[in-house]
Design a protein around this ligand. Structure first.
Ligand SMILES: [Zn+2]
Length: 297
């Protein structure tokens, strides 16, 4: 086996749908094409959004498609101690600070600064509670934030295997972002970075909708002293309405009676034209095509 470790990290908020199968298939194919390991991680860190039993449904859907993880899945809901250690490390190195702002406070600060920029419905955090600006000033701590570099030329630059060079200025695009939420839950960004390192993940293959998280995750990796990962973001599957397929907008669950047909459509979304008429041969053909498309000759 090569040193490659890849992963698929579904949230158990419902069964897999056509869009999430594309992400699963892409990460599985890339791992197999590299002769590497493929892991599954259940991202149930946002407990209130999770549905009991959805993890088992997802794992059985993957199995019916022939996508079998090389190790038992891990569950983020069981990893709070490790996330706390990471937060403690970021606090002790001066990279994390407590924030007492409510959503309304952040909206008001944005308005006062003449900022109206919203990103995916999120306001850019203006750094109100930064230690250098006086910290909490008597407000109770609600969330913990990561202090991002804010010099004008402090671009975070990274390479994506499909999209090429990417960059983001974190301070103006996102601001200091939450790593532990006001409701006490761990933020997605922190959990993902800590878990990828703990599982030895070398390569992240996922849908383009998550591309925008990459700079925050790279910054966390750097400040936690964790190894860098490679990235490949795959095109999103859009529904007939032109919107991203998701559980939120009513994407259909996969038909488990026809796993080959489900894989063929997922493969088509990735530009694969494998033709074989049984699951095993189809997957083997798809791996060869993936190698031709994504691995250097
Ligand atoms: Zn604040």
């Amino acid at each position: 086996m090569s040193g490659y470790v890849g992963r698929f990290a579904p949230s158990p908020t419902g069964p897999l749908h056509a869009g999430s199968l594309v992400a699963a298939l892409a990460s599985w194919l890339d791992a197999r094409a590299h002769g590497g390991k493929w892991l599954v991680r259940i991202e149930d860190v946002d407990i209130p959004r999770c549905i009991a039993g959805a993890d088992q449904i997802i794992l059985s859907q993957l199995a019916q498609c022939g996508l079998l993880p090389d190790e038992a899945p891990i569950y983020q809901s069981q990893r709070g101690t490790v996330y706390q250690q990471a937060l403690d490390q970021l606090i002790s190195t001066g990279h994390a600070y407590p924030c007492g702002c409510t959503r309304a406070d952040i909206a008001q600060a944005n308005a006062q600064m003449g900022l109206s920029k919203q990103r995916h419905g999120d306001l850019v955090y203006p750094g109100t509670c930064r230690p250098q600006r006086g910290g909490l000033q008597g407000k109770p701590a609600r969330a913990w934030r990561l202090q991002v570099p804010d010099a004008p030329d402090d671009l975070l630059v990274w390479h994506d295997r499909a999209l090429g060079e990417q960059h983001q200025h974190l301070a103006s695009a996102v601001g200091d972002f939450v790593i532990k939420r006001a409701d006490g839950l761990w933020a997605y960004q922190l959990a993902v970075v800590v878990d990828d390192a703990a599982q030895g993940v070398t390569d992240i293959v996922r849908g383009e909708d998550l591309c925008d998280n990459t700079p925050r995750q790279i910054l966390l990796q750097r400040w936690l002293g964790l190894p860098a990962t490679r990235y490949l973001h795959t095109p999103l599957v859009l529904g007939e309405n032109g919107e991203k397929l998701s559980k939120q907008n009513g994407a259909q669950a996969l038909d488990l009676n026809a796993p080959l047909a489900a894989l063929q459509s997922a493969g088509a979304a990735l530009g694969l034209t494998a033709q074989a008429s049984n699951l095993r041969d189809w997957l083997a053909e798809a791996i060869k095509q993936w190698c031709d498309q994504h691995l250097p000759p």
